[in-house]
Write a protein that binds this ligand. Sequence first.
Ligand SMILES: C[S@@+](CC[C@H](N)C(=O)[O-])C[C@H]1O[C@@H](n2cnc3c(N)ncnc32)[C@H](O)[C@@H]1O
Length: 283
Amino acid sequence: MEKDSILYVLTKSQEYLGKRQIPNPRLDAELILSDVLNLERIKLYSNFDKKLSEPQKDIYREKIKARGEFKPVSYIIGFKNFYKSVFSVNESVLIPRPETEELVEWVSKEISPDLNLEVLDLCTGSGCIGISLKKDFPNINILLSDISKDALVVASENAKKILPDEKITIIESDLFDSFSSDHQFDLIVSNPPYIPDAEKNTIMPDVLNFEPHLALFLTEPIHFYKRLLSGVMKHLKEGGSFYMETHSDWANIVSQMSNELGFKTSLIKKDLSNKERFVKVTK
Ligand SMILES: C[S@@+](CC[C@H](N)C(=O)[O-])C[C@H]1O[C@@H](n2cnc3c(N)ncnc32)[C@H](O)[C@@H]1O
């Protein structure tokens, strides 16, 4: 194995990350190297003997060091594959999760492609839910909203990159506070923050130290969900549906609250890990 070859640097960085207890050291080393060399991951294998240039080595070393300090790979390489697209991410947005792909899949199965539905992705972060839906259903009008200005910059970049020819509206708002009172939707989808503060000490360091706490934690979950559901009640058209992702401990509470608020139906759906993860309510 020649020094500075692809195989050499992968082997060394795998050892380095392994010693630092990074869970998938080889995979992460390959993902980062493939990004630095702008070479598909699979092609690393047919180029094992190829040597890295000095600048490539310097950049790679810095990025591996960051991974050794638990920075998530998606923030290091700047993107995450989600559903059918590649989303840019940085530390202003949550890295989209596989459970949320399940949410998009579920909603997609229930949308009729011919309808010009008014759809809201509330708490949009990177824009992954709303942009994925608009990509599959060009007839819908999609609005993305979030309380974080910095997250909305990322969502807007993703909208322009993934759907350059489509109109996607973006609003900065604390839940529905900046919406006009008569603004109504056929469909609202949301993956709001849902980890209670009390669980902070159980969270892995790559999440806790790098992902935005505004996207993760809720100080007063009951108060937040009441505000959220009351807003949905006001801004959802009669017969419209609201789909949300939540903590498995909260699905029943959300469902119960929605019944108390007068929604017609509520349905809880489990994720692939068999946890009660999603709630659908209809008005
Ligand atoms: C769990 S992340 C979800 C991001 C994205 N939808 C996804 O599924 O990957 C929650 C998002 O809610 C936003 N958020 C937190 N509190 C909010 C509030 N009061 N009003 C609107 N957005 C809020 C955060 O900025 C963050 O982008």
